[in-house]
Design a protein around this ligand. Structure first.
Ligand SMILES: Cc1cc2nc3c(=O)[nH]c(=O)nc-3n(C[C@H](O)[C@H](O)[C@H](O)COP(=O)(O)OP(=O)(O)OC[C@H]3O[C@@H](n4cnc5c(N)ncnc54)[C@H](O)[C@@H]3O)c2cc1C
Length: 531
C-alpha cells in the first residue's frame, strides 16, 4: 500500500475552475496540490500541423447518447484549447426558471452581484476588445450579412494579447505564441510562484472521508502513462483539509457519483441537469459570387490571409435576440466561429432525406469546405442531460487516446428544440437572404448535438432537490468540499461560458478560504489579480 500524503488544499483539475482557487489559496498561505489528469505542455509544444496526435494529446472528444462534447485534457484544461471569446452573461440569464418553473440561480446571484468578479477575471486574463480592423475576414463577412439583413453585429471581446497574436488560427492546438491568455499564463504560474504544486497525469478516482485527524477528505488517484492515457502506471492517495473539485462538467459529477458510497451519499442533483449551453452549430455554405455582388467583399485570389482559415476563430456576433422582454427558450446569440478541418467529421449534411456524416452528400458538402462560414447559436436549453452509473475509473471510457464514451444522455426537450428552431430561422434570415449562402444546422437527432460548453451537472442553487451546491459552491452535506468548474453553473448562458465559470470561481474563493481557515489552516483571502 502506498503512503498517504497530506496537504491543506487539494484541487482536482487545472482549468478555470481549478486554477483560480489554487492561486488564491496558495497566495493566502495554504499548501496547495493540484491533480490534473492531462499532460503539462507549454507554447513550444503547441505545433501547427494536422497530425492527429497534436490534437489528441490535449483535446478529448466525448461521445454521449445524443450529444458529443469537446473538452481540454491538459494542465490549464479547456482554457488551453478554447477560442477565448470572453463575454459576461446577459442579466436575464440569472432569472431563468427553465421547465422547473422556479428561479434556478441562487437568489443572491444576479448579474450585478457577479459584475465585480467578472471585473477581476477580465483584469487577470486580461480580455481585449477587438476593433473591426482586428476581426478576421469571416467575422467581417458575417457582420456585413447581418447589416444587410437589418441586424446588428459586434466584434467579440477575446482573452488574447492582440499585439502578440499572429492570426494563425491554430487555437485548438494550444497557442504557440502565448498570445491566448489561457490559465498557463496567469493563475497557474502565479499559484506555483506561491508554492502550489501541479501534478500532471494524475487522475483523481474517488473522494472519501480522511483517516488522519484534522483532515477532512482523502482523494485516491491513478497516475497515467504519458503516451497512452488509458494505462495506469501508479496509484496514490492524498488527504486534505479542503478539496476543490474542478474536473469539468463532464468529470466532476462522475467522480462524485463514484464517491457517493464512500461519502455516505451525495445530493441527488449530482449528475443531473447537464446543459450543453444550448450550443447549436450551423454551416453556411457561402456563394462567393453573391458575397462580392451583395456585400462588396472578396477573398483576393492567392492571398490566404483573407481566407476563412486565417484569423482568430471567433470574430463577431449578434446580440439582437438577447432581448430580456421575450420568452424564455427563444433567446440566443449568434456567433461567427471557425472550426479546423479535423472537426469536419462532425459536420452533417442535414438537408438530405437522412442526416449523414458520411457518403456522397457529405463529400459534396466537404468539397465546398473553403466556403463554409460556421455559425454558433447559444440558446436556452432545458438542462436535460443526465449521467448514468459511473465507469470503474475516470469520467468516461477512454477507447482511444482522446476518444471517450460517456454515460451522459441528452435528449432535447420541446423547449430546447424551440430555441434551436428559432436560432436556425434567424441564421437563415441573415445568411440565406438573396441566396448569399445555404445554411445547414447540425442535427439534434439521437446521434447528437455538439457542444464545447458543458455546464450544470453539479449545479448551485437555493433548492436542495434540484441543486447539488449551496450558493457558496459547497457540496450540500459535505463541508470543505467545493465545486468551482462549469458543472456549478446552473443554466445555459446564451454566450460562451468561460468568463462566467471564472467569475463564479473567483466569487467562491473567499468562502473556500474561510472554510479552510476553520479547518485549522493559517490562510487569508485578498491576493491581487495575478500578473
Ligand atoms: C475547442 C473549444 C473552444 C472553446 N471556446 C470557448 C470560447 O471561445 N469562449 C468560452 O467562453 N468558452 C470556450 N470554450 C469552453 C471553455 O473552454 C470551458 O467552458 C471552460 O474552459 C471550462 O472550464 P472548467 O474549469 O469547467 O473545465 P476545464 O477547463 O475543462 O478543466 C477541467 C480539467 O480537469 C481535468 N480532469 C478531469 N477529470 C479529472 C480527474 N479525475 N482528475 C484530475 N483532473 C481531471 C481535465 O483534464 C481538465 O484539465 C471552448 C471549449 C473548447 C473545447
Amino acid at each position: 500500500m502506498s503512503a498517504t500524503e497530506r496537504t491543506d488544499v487539494l484541487v482536482i483539475g487545472s482549468g478555470f475552475g481549478g486554477a483560480i482557487p489554487a492561486y488564491h489559496l496558495a497566495a493566502g498561505g495554504a499548501e496547495v496540490v493540484i491533480l490534473e489528469r492531462g499532460p503539462h505542455l507549454t507554447a513550444p509544444d503547441f505545433t501547427h500541423d494536422l497530425r492527429l496526435g497534436s490534437y489528441t494529446r490535449i483535446v478529448d472528444l466525448v461521445q454521449g447518447d445524443g450529444i458529443t462534447v469537446v473538452a481540454g485534457n491538459c494542465v490549464g484544461g479547456s482554457s488551453v484549447v478554447y477560442f477565448a471569446a470572453s463575454l459576461r452573461a446577459p442579466g436575464f440569464v440569472f432569472d431563468r426558471r427553465g421547465s422547473l418553473g422556479h428561479r434556478l440561480w441562487p437568489s443572491t446571484l444576479t448579474r450585478a452581484a457577479l459584475d465585480p468578479w467578472y471585473d477581476r477575471v477580465e483584469e487577470a486574463l486580461p480580455v481585449a476588445e477587438q476593433s473591426w480592423d482586428q476581426v478576421p475576414y469571416p467575422g467581417g463577412l458575417f457582420a456585413a450579412a447581418c447589416a444587410r439583413a437589418g441586424r446588428t453585429c459586434n466584434p467579440v471581446p477575446v482573452a488574447v494579447d492582440l499585439a502578440r497574436c499572429t492570426n494563425c488560427n491554430w487555437m485548438l492546438n494550444g497557442c504557440h505564441f502565448d498570445a491566448k491568455r489561457s490559465m498557463l499564463l496567469n493563475y497557474l504560474p502565479a499559484a506555483t510562484a506561491h508554492g502550489a504544486e501541479i501534478r500532471p497525469l494524475h487522475e483523481a478516482q474517488t473522494i472519501a472521508p480522511a483517516t488522519t485527524p484534522g483532515y477532512r477528505y482523502r482523494v485516491s488517484y491513478t497516475q497515467l502513462d504519458a503516451g497512452d492515457y488509458r494505462l495506469p502506471v501508479g496509484v496514490g492517495a492524498i488527504e486534505a483539509k479542503t478539496v476543490v473539485l474542478a474536473a469539468g462538467a463532464l468529470a466532476t459529477p462522475v467522480l462524485l457519483q463514484r464517491s457517493a458510497p464512500l461519502l455516505g451519499g451525495v445530493p441527488q442533483a449530482v449528475g443531473r441537469y447537464f446543459s450543453g449551453n444550448g450550443d447549436r452549430v450551423s454551416i453556411a455554405d457561402v456563394d462567393e459570387g453573391k458575397v462580392r455582388d451583395l456585400l462588396g467583399l472578396e477573398r483576393a485570389p492567392g492571398i490566404p490571409y483573407q481566407g476563412f482559415p486565417i484569423g482568430k476563430p471567433i470574430g463577431s456576433m449578434s446580440y439582437d435576440r438577447l432581448d430580456p422582454a421575450t420568452a424564455e427558450f427563444t433567446r440566443f446569440s449568434l456567433q461567427q466561429i471557425y472550426f479546423p478541418g479535423i472537426t469536419d467529421l462532425l459536420a452533417q449534411a442535414t438537408d438530405t432525406p437522412a442526416t449523414s456524416w458520411f457518403g456522397v452528400r457529405k463529400k459534396e458538402m466537404r468539397a465546398r469546405w473553403p466556403s463554409w462560414l460556421s455559425v454558433l447559436a447559444m440558446t436556452e436549453d432545458d438542462n436535460e442531460g443526465v449521467f448514468g452509473p459511473p465507469p470503474p475509473t475516470g469520467s468516461s471510457t477512454r477507447v482511444a487516446t482522446s476518444l471517450c464514451l460517456s454515460t451522459l444522455s441528452y435528449r432535447p426537450t420541446a423547449n430546447t428544440l424551440r430555441g434551436w428552431a428559432a436560432a436556425d430561422a434567424e441564421a437563415r434570415a441573415v445568411l440565406e437572404r438573396d441566396g448569399l449562402a445555404r445554411v445547414r444546422p447540425w442535427s439534434e437527432n439521437p446521434a447528437g448535438s455538439v457542444s464545447a460548453h458543458p455546464l450544470a451537472s453539479c449545479r448551485m442553487g437555493d433548492d436542495p432537490a434540484t441543486s447539488a451546491l449551496d450558493e457558496r459552491g459547497e457540496l450540500r452535506g459535505h463541508p470543505g468540499l467545493f465545486v468551482t468548474d462549469g458543472s456549478a453553473v446552473p443554466t445555459s448562458l446564451c454566450v460562451n461560458p468561460s468568463l462566467t465559470i471564472a467569475a463564479l470561481a473567483e466569487r467562491a474563493c473567499p468562502g473556500i478560504v474561510e472554510s479552510t481557515a476553520e479547518a485549522g489552516v493559517r490562510v487569508r483571502y485578498g491576493a491581487p489579480a495575478p500578473r
